[in-house]
Each structure stands twice: as structure tokens, then as C-alpha cells.
Ligand binder design. Structure first.
Ligand code: 3PG
Length: 402
């Protein structure tokens, strides 16, 4: 699809779909990564003389005007990050938005209010899409992390304007392409997290694409229990045992090696710094819970990962939020960081928890690529076509020559 390389935006109004949906606690942005990763696109457009109209959703106001979900404070933070003033308009369409756009000079940046204050955003209402499009000459989508939503500002609007991928969108798609579509083999994936039921499609797709599938987190307990291992009081999904066995059978058929823990760190309570016990996976006491992978598993995983050329990581290996159950995830993350740093591995990670776990392990700088996406990263791993990206691709055929 077309990128900013094909866009001559001088003197033109560009509607830039960003993802300003950053985590906020007590009025403070707790992680500004999404804002920072957006800066190259805004700076490039502004430097080329475009009038940059930024639109985004924030949180889930469900079509209502919820004052706590206003983008106004985020617009200020974006201005600080850009080091230049950013104007904020109290609505994303209508006279308020139009007035702010009419007052723009070349190189200016305006942020419009939360698109989800209008019910038409999530409904992908063509009228809302048209109103958004009427503000600009071009549409640039830089919100890979919202590309799994077929909403008016991510999909509908691309039907009305010549459309382009922003720099962050381009970078995300290139990295994901390197990870699964065109990877250096052997390729492995670490899939962790609590439930198989939420990651079935993802595991199904990965079995077709990777040679090694490392399963961690509570999800591993379900696979173990499905094979008759006694997991004590560990979190697991009893109703998913048949599915887990079917996945293992399919993996064998596809020649994909599934790696499960061989030992575990257990406790009888899930609390910080409770007494813990390291036990072999076939010796979990009845009253114990598996809360992390054990040291032998860590050694095995590190050795296995050292044989890979590409690794995709989604989901922690243990209950990393509560020490000491972060030890397994930390140790494996540090080894992934080291191998990547030495140029022996390409590592691509994404999904909310995964990024926090890698940050907690102190290795975010070493990982080859960390996606800004949560849900969109998962849907991409599932092999789904993301509507925001499809809209960019199909519209290009119809786009007016420029
Ligand atoms: C995200 O944070 O994953 C994106 O901004 C999408 O948000 P949503 O899950 O509320 O659609």
C-alpha cells in the first residue's frame, strides 16, 4: 500500500488516525510509548507543510460524552512530546472541528476530541465517516493498534479519501512480516497467559507457521492436565482438555514441537513472597498451585531458544506481577534479550501483558521489535485480516491520482 513516500502533503489537510489510547492512572499517563512512536509521522507531515488533523479514540465511552475520557489532556501531552503547541477541538466533526481546521496554517497540528463520543464511530456509520473525511484532503492511518476495529475513523473514512499508511503503521507491518510471513527459520513462539480459550485461533495459526511452540502461564497447566498430569489447585480450564489434546495432535501432524514446563515453582497461596517450592511437573502437591516455570524449564527454554533464528512472544510464562513468580519470565526474557543483542535472534513481542513483563525484566531495548498493539497484535497472530489495513489496501486502487 501507499506510504508517506507517495504523499505530497504541502498545503494540504491530512486526517491522521492515531492511537492516543494510552494507559492513564490518576490523571497521569503511565506509559507514553504510543505517543512517542507516533511522533515521526506527525513531524514528517508537519515539516512537509501539511495541516495535521489528529483523530483517535480514547478508552470506551460507548457513544457518550464522558468528560473523564476526553482527549484534551492527551493532546497536551502530545504537544509536550512534539515540543510545539497543539490545538485541541472539543468535537471530532461538525462546526467545532471545522472551525479549528479552518484556522490552521501549514505545519500546524490539531487534535480532535475522542471519536468514540459519537455512537457512529464503533457502528462504522457512513455519515460519521463522511463528516470526518470532509475535514481533509488525505487520510493517513498510523493506528496499527486499532486496525482490528472496523470503525468509522479506522475503516469507513478510507472509503472517502486517498489513503496512506503512516510511518508507525509501516514499521509495525514490516516487523510482523519479518516475524511470520517471511522469517528466518527456525521460528519459535512463546505463548503464555491464563486461558487457552482466548488463544485458540492464535495457537491454530501458529502451528502452521512455527517450528517450536513454547507454552507458558496457566495455559500450560491445561495442556499438562489434559495429558493426565496432576496440577493440584493450579488455574486451568477443565472444559478445554479435549481441545488441548487436539492441538497437541495437530502439532505432531504439522511437525511443530510443543514445549511444556518440566518443573514448576509452586505455593499454596498467591501472594507476594510466600514460601515456595520447586517441584517436578509430575509431583505437584494436591494443595499447591503452579505459579511460575521452574529452573530446569528455564534452562531447557533458553537452550531451545538458542537454536531459533526468529521468536515471537506473546504472554508471560508465570504470574510475573507478583514476585518471586516473575523469576522464570525474567530469566527467559533476559536470555532472549542477550541472544538478540548478539545478533543471533530476531525477537518480536506484543500484547499488553507481554510488554509489561519485558519492561519488568529490563530488556525492552534489546528486543528487536515491540509492537504498540494489544488486541490487534493478537488478531494478527491469529492470521486475521485487519479491517483498518484492508481498507488502506483496497482504497488505493480507487484513489485519485495525485
Ligand atoms: C488498544 O488499546 O488495544 C486499542 O487502542 C484498541 O482499543 P479497544 O480495545 O478499546 O478497541
Amino acid at each position: 500500500f501507499k506510504t508517506l513516500d507517495q504523499l505530497q502533503p504541502a498545503g494540504k489537510k491530512v486526517l491522521l488516525r492515531a492511537d492516543l489510547n494510552v494507559p492513564v492512572k490518576g490523571g497521569q499517563i503511565t506509559d507514553a510509548t504510543r505517543l512517542l512512536r507516533l511522533l515521526p509521522t506527525i513531524q514528517e507531515l508537519a515539516q512537509k507543510g501539511a495541516r495535521v488533523i489528529v483523530v483517535s479514540h480514547f478508552d470506551r465511552p460507548k457513544g457518550q460524552r464522558v468528560p473523564e475520557m476526553s482527549l484534551a489532556p492527551i493532546a497536551d501531552a502530545l504537544g509536550d512530546a512534539l515540543g510545539r503547541p497543539v490545538t485541541f477541538a472539543d468535537d471530532c466533526i461538525g462546526p467545532v472541528a471545522q472551525k479549528a481546521v479552518d484556522a490552521m496554517q501549514d505545519g500546524d497540528v490539531v487534535v480532535l476530541e475522542n471519536t468514540r463520543f459519537h455512537p457512529g464511530e464503533e457502528a462504522n456509520d457512513p455519515d460519521l465517516a463522511k463528516s470526518l473525511a470532509s475535514l481533509a484532503d488525505f487520510y493517513v492511518n498510523d493506528a496499527f493498534s486499532a486496525a482490528h476495529r472496523a470503525h468509522a475513523s479506522t475503516e469507513g473514512v478510507a472509503r472517502h479519501l486517498p489513503s496512506f499508511a503512516g510511518r508507525l503503521m509501516e514499521t509495525e507491518l514490516n516487523a510482523l512480516n519479518i516475524a511470520l510471513e517471511n522469517p528466518e527459520r527456525p521460528v519459535g513462539a512463546i505463548i503464555g497467559g491464563a486461558k487457552i480459550s482466548t488463544k485458540l485461533d492464535l495457537i491454530g495459526n501458529l502451528l502452521e507457521k512455527v517450528q517450536v511452540l513454547i507454552i507458558g502461564g496457566a495455559m500450560a497447566n491445561t495442556f499438562l492436565a489434559a495429558q493426565g498430569v496432576k496440577v493440584g489447585r493450579s488455574l486451568q480450564e477443565g472444559e478445554m482438555h479435549d481441545t488441548a489434546r487436539a492441538i497437541l495432535a495437530k502439532a505432531r501432524e504439522k511437525g511443530c514441537e510443543v514445549v511444556l514446563p518440566v518443573d514448576a515453582v509452586t505455593a499454596t497461596e498467591f501472594k507476594a513472597n510466600v514460601p515456595t517450592q520447586v517441584v517436578a511437573i509430575d509431583a505437584i502437591p494436591d494443595d499447591a498451585m503452579i505459579l511460575d516455570v521452574g529452573p530446569q524449564t528455564v534452562r531447557d527454554l533458553c537452550a531451545k531458544i538458542a537454536t531459533l533464528k526468529t521468536l515471537v512472544w506473546n504472554g508471560p510464562l508465570g504470574a510475573f506481577e507478583i514476585p518471586p513468580f516473575d523469576a522464570g519470565t525474567n530469566a527467559v526474557a533476559q536470555e532472549v534479550g542477550r541472544l538478540t543483542h548478539e545478533g543471533r535472534l530476531k525477537s518480536i513481542a506484543g500484547g499488553g501483558d507481554t510488554v509489561s513483563a519485558l519492561r519488568h525484566a529490563g530488556v525492552t531495548k534489546e528486543i528487536s521489535y515491540i509492537s504498540t498493539a494489544g488486541g490487534a497484535f493478537l488478531e494478527w497472530l491469529e492470521g486475521k485480516t485487519l479491517p483498518g489495513i484492508m481498507a488502506l489496501e483496497s482504497v488505493f486502487e480507487r484513489a485519485l491520482p495525485i
